[in-house]
Every structure is written in C-alpha cells, then in structure tokens.
Design a binder for this molecule. Structure first.
Ligand code: NAP
Length: 284
C-alpha cells in the first residue's frame, strides 16, 4: 500500500478565498463581519486577529469589539442587539469560550440567526439537523465536508466515525455526514473499545484534542482520515492523529497544520459573504 495522499487545506482555502474576493470586488458595499471578544485570552485574541486579517485581505470589513473580562452578560447582550440592528453589519460572531459568569447558550441564542455566521445559534443548529439549505453551517465542519467532497463525489453509504461530540465540531460534522447518507458513529471519552469502532471506518474525523491518540492500527486500509485536533507538544503543533504512521495505512489524510485550520477561516468568510448576499437580496 502506498502512502496516503495529503489533502492540502492551505491550497484549497487559498482558492476559495480568491473566489470570494472576486465576488466581493464586484460590489460597492463591503460585507462586514463583527467579531466580539470578551476578556484577554491570548489564544482567542490571536484567532480573532487572524480572522480580521483574512477578512480584510479579501476586501471585507471586519471590526473586533473587545469587552473587558469584567463586562456583564447584559452589556454583551446589548452589544449584540446593537449589531443585530445595524444594517451595515452582516455577520456577528462571539469568540468562545466566554468567561464563567456568562451563559454561552443564552448569548449565542441572542445573535440574529441571519447574521449568525458561526452557526452556533440553536436556530441554525436546528436547521442543520433538519437538513435545511438555509442553515449557517459552523465553519470547521463545513470545511471538513468540503475536503471530503473534493475527493468523493458521493458519500452515500460510507461508514464514518467521529471522535468527539462537541457542539462546534463533533455533533455538526456527524449531522452533515448523516445528511449525506453516511452511516455515522460518534465516539467520545466514555466510549469503550474506540479503536475497534474506528477500525470499521471509511472516514475518520478525529476531533478530541488528544495529541496523536489515533494510531495506525486503528485505521482501515484506504480510509480517509481528517485530523481536526490542534495540540501543542514542546511548542510544536500536532493533531489528534499519529500522522507519520497513519499515512502508511490511510488513502487520504489531512495534515496539522495546513489541513482543517485554513479551511475553517475560508468557510467563515464564505458564511459572511452568504449572510451579506442574503441580507441584500442578491443573487449569485
Ligand atoms: P472539546 O469541546 O474539548 O471536545 C472534545 C471531545 O472529544 C469531547 O466530546 C470529548 O468527550 C472527546 N474526547 C476527549 N478525550 C477523548 C478520548 N480519549 N477518546 C475519545 N474522545 C475523547 O473540543 P473541540 O472544541 O471539539 O475541539 C477538538 C479539537 O479540535 C481540539 O484540539 C481543538 O483545538 C481542535 N479544533 C480545531 C479547529 C480547527 O479549525 N482546526 C476548530 C475547532 C477545534 P466527552 O464529551 O465525553 O468529554
């Protein structure tokens, strides 16, 4: 068996961003993304600045609204209301995690579903579950599906195992794959004999945040392995998959970095552009 084909998320994302940039340039009004950050978490600040840079690089407007750690939930809800009512703002996202004194579900529910470009408002979560084309699909799962569909024209009947059941990755990618008629199993920290379940998979989505936990002997020959994890070991970033060994067994594999990460940002920009189109009743 030859080595797996490495799926270049960076190159794919570059292509998608260039396509959006072209569409943005065709309009006088720019799509406008509002990013809300509460507190001073270093990683969150870096993520948000990266989103802002990526948006601006393709001609979008993007403003970061930075609230103090001590801000109340009421203040945050008021800011969201103001942005909901501002016609110049097309997309709103609240950087997670929020400080412990805030209720994330309550906050996310407050975002106008038509501006909810992260797709975390329960209204959009429900639309995704109902397989509605109107749903804003969270960026990471959307990017994963995009990569799979570049390789497989039809996912029908494929056996998919999702490792992790978070609201931002595990559950939405499981729903997306189910909507594409995959047979989906979701495993998590309480699942027994995970490796036996993963060994049945044509598609493995590793999203548990455990460095290199997915080993080569968990993988069926010819599987497509998507590594979502971002972990740091001795300052170096690695995924949830033992990349060097798994690539000897799989047919396709996404690297970390350079796989799911860049696709996530590209899909956020796509969602922002879609929100802009929807709110301005444009056709593409
Ligand atoms: P999360 O909210 O911490 O959820 C982790 C999930 O993995 C939970 O469902 C947990 O199970 C499960 N899990 C933990 N240990 C496990 C084990 N030993 N075996 C099987 N399942 C296990 O994490 P997340 O937000 O989904 O993120 C997952 C990883 O993806 C992280 O490394 C994160 O940094 C990365 N990520 C990357 C991107 C990107 O753009 N590339 C985007 C988002 C997240 P329980 O529910 O039972 O606790």
């Amino acid at each position: 068996m030859s080595e797996a084909q490495i799926i270049d998320g960076k190159a794919l994302a570059f292509k998608i961003r260039a396509e959006i940039a072209e569409k943005v340039a065709a309009h006088q009004v720019k799509p406008n993304l509002a990013v809300i950050l509460v507190g001073n978490d270093e990683a969150s600040l870096i993520y948000d600045r990266n989103k802002q840079k990526a948006a601006q690089a393709i001609g979008m407007d993007c403003h970061i609204y930075h609230l103090e750690d001590s801000a109340s939930e009421k203040e945050l809800l008021e800011l969201i209301s103001q942005l909901n009512n501002d016609e110049r703002v097309h997309g709103i996202l609240v950087q997670l995690p929020l400080p412990p004194h805030m209720n994330a579900l309550h906050v996310l529910t407050h975002i106008d579903p038509d501006k909810d470009v992260d797709g975390f408002n329960p209204y959009n979560v429900g639309l995704l579950q109902a397989n509605s084309p109107q749903a804003f699909v969270p960026a990471t799962p959307k990017g994963i599906l995009y990569m799979l569909e570049q390789t497989y024209s039809d996912l029908t009947g494929k056996n998919a195992v999702v490792i992790g059941r978070s609201n931002i990755v595990g559950k939405p990618i499981a729903n997306l794959l189910l909507n594409r008629s995959c047979t989906v199993t979701v495993v998590h920290s309480k699942t027994q004999h995970i490796e036996e379940i993963v060994r049945q998979a044509d598609i493995v989505i590793a999203a548990c945040g455990k460095p290199q936990i997915v080993k080569a002997d968990w993988i069926k020959e010819g599987a497509f392995v998507v590594d979502v994890g971002i972990n740091r070991i001795d300052g170096k970033i690695c995924g949830d998959v033992d990349f060097e060994n798994v690539r000897q067994k799989a047919a396709y594999i996404t690297p970390v970095p350079g796989g799911v990460g860049p696709m996530t940002i590209a899909m956020l920009l796509e969602n922002t552009f879609d929100a802009f189109v929807k709110q301005n009743h444009l056709k593409f």
